[in-house]
Design a protein around this ligand. Structure first.
Ligand code: ADP
Ligand code: GLC
Length: 480
């Protein structure tokens, strides 16, 4: 099958979170199954500045989007370690900005144009996609654009569309008067009329009403978003389309996230021989200036600092944990100030126990996964979550709130049966998280059982090789 995959992030070029990892690993896995996959992403300033080798495939071209004339060219580079082409939309007017997501007044244009340009690139290459796979709100207008503005082009006559929801908390909702700016002035009759009357245009809603199929990144989240509690206003629409809504769990790229070959680690290790993990712990502690003390459990966190991630529980839980237990904590993450302030404060009052790095660092993220003894992820909601999967693969049992993809991938360890791969709590509150941490610390004392817990996670097949089949089965159902 020919698949055009459109995303606002693709690792290692542009990544702020899990979307970047998935938009690299899923196309790679699809290509390994023999499909012709092309990925399209903006040429952000950071991609240019990182100096990736790219070649020009289509020279500058002026495109009219609404009232604007936008000049763009198409650059190409392979996804590292593969032959999958990544097409970069170079349009400096829109993407030469300090960050991937801008909060500027033309954010709707920046991402409407991504979808628009992706279809133009397909035209220029004569690439007739069987599937156009859009990701999140940023590519949400593509299905309706195919049905209207691009409907004349027979290249797309057989094309079917899939929209993957990675996070329904971000919907790309703008005032309805942006319609002309996003090139849909003549397509208003195809849009949701009540929404337009209410003065809104939502990229996500438009996408999920027009896509031939909708997926989200775990089965539990697929159910949750159909409820008022988790649907963030879109639950009724999702219930209306439940026949074409599927939950497919994310996998991990085990060429990149694999303790037995991870180039960021001082010593590699595997489920058969975990000795290298202790070296990683030593190196990790040393790299952040904390003392190594044998037998003291080390908690790790790698995360965007956002409300979604459930860190509000930490204000009460972490000070108590550090007071009552001999434990250490390393946090890597940036985002909302109140959480950054909390971690900064903890590192100040407990300098031998806590280290905080307010940064985005791929090497340190890998070292934390490997060097920590436990991984903390108490998310309020979590569409899938990748860090708990990385933790499982690295023998670092995760402590998670039982929600979304966390509920689908982490199973409470039962010392009597030896089954389970981590620690879960049902209710999102301080008691729940304290209980789960207490549980983990009790088990930590029993080294033999702990080893079993680690192995359970490390021996699971969490790879994309397995998950990708669910996507291809879905694509096949859609193509005529
Ligand atoms: P989300 O997509 O909601 O942020 P995921 O768990 O799916 O959550 O994926 C997060 C990804 O982003 C992981 O690959 C994680 O390692 C990475 N990440 C998050 N914050 C940082 C950071 N500060 N430095 C390096 N990597 C980070
Ligand atoms: C989103 C979600 C996260 C998911 C990722 C990749 O950012 O917050 O749970 O793992 O997308 O699908």
């Amino acid at each position: 099958m020919r698949i055009l995959f459109i995303s606002s992030e693709v690792a290692p070029f542009a990544k702020t979170g899990g979307l970047g990892d998935v938009s690299a690993a899923l196309p790679k896995a699809l290509a390994a199954e023999g499909h012709d996959v092309r990925v399209v992403v903006p040429y952000y300033r950071r991609v240019r500045e990182a100096g990736h080798a790219v070649e020009l495939v289509v020279p500058p071209l002026d495109v009219k989007l609404g009232r604007r004339i936008l000049r763009f060219s198409t650059l190409r580079a392979p996804l590292p370690g593969t032959t999958v082409p990544v097409y970069f939309v170079e349009c400096n007017q829109l993407y030469d900005r300090p960050s991937i997501y801008s909060g500027d007044g033309d954010e709707h244009v920046r991402f409407a144009f991504l979808g628009w340009a992706a279809l133009r690139i397909a035209q220029q290459l004569g690439f007739a996609p069987d599937i156009v796979h859009s990701n999140d709100w940023q590519a949400g207008l593509v299905p309706v654009a195919l049905r209207t503005v691009f409907a004349w082009d027979r290249l797309f006559a057989e094309t079917r569309t899939v929209l993957t929801i990675h996070n329904i908390g971000h919907q790309g909702t703008f005032a309805a008067d942006v319609l002309a700016d996003v090139g849909l002035a003549n397509a208003a009759d195809q849009l949701h009329q009540d929404e337009l009357r209410a003065g809104r245009l939502s990229f996500m809603l438009t996408g999920l009403l027009h896509a031939n199929a909708i997926t989200t990144v775990s089965p539990t989240y697929a159910r949750e978003i159909q409820t008022p509690e988790h649907g963030v206003g879109l639950d009724a629409y999702l219930r209306g389309r439940r026949d074409v809504l599927f939950g497919i769990l994310n996998g991990i790229d085990d060429e990149i996230w694999n303790p037995s070959r991870d180039a960021y680690l001082p010593t590699t290790y595997s489920a058969d021989d975990l000795s290298g993990k202790e070296d990683c712990k030593r190196a990790l502690l040393e790299s952040v200036g904390l003392p190594y003390r044998r037998g003291v459990p080390l908690f790790g966190i790698v995360s965007r600092l956002a409300w979604q991630k459930g860190f509000d529980l930490f204000f009460e839980v972490l000070p108590a944990l550090l007071r009552q237990h001999d434990a250490q904590l390393i946090v890597l993450g940036s985002g909302e100030k109140r959480y950054a302030d909390l971690f900064t404060h903890l590192a100040k009052v407990a300098p031998r126990k806590v280290a905080y790095r307010n940064a985005f660092s791929e090497p340190l993220a890998h070292l934390i996964e490997a060097g920590s003894d436990l991984f903390l992820m108490p998310s309020r909601y979590e569409p899938c979550g990748l860090n708990q999967l990385y933790s499982l693969a690295y023998g670092t049992p995760p402590i998670v709130h039982k929600t979304g993809g966390l509920a689908d991938t982490v199973r409470q360890f039962d010392p009597r049966t030896g089954r389970g791969n981590g620690f879960t709590f049902d209710h999102f509150d301080v008691r729940g998280l304290k209980w789960a941490i207490g549980n983990a610390l009790d088990l930590w004392q029993h080294r033999g059982v702990w080893r079993r817990l680690q192995e359970n996670g490390m021996r699971e097949d969490l790879s994309w090789r397995r998950r990708v089949k669910e996507y291809t089965a879905l694509y096949r159902k859609l193509v005529p």
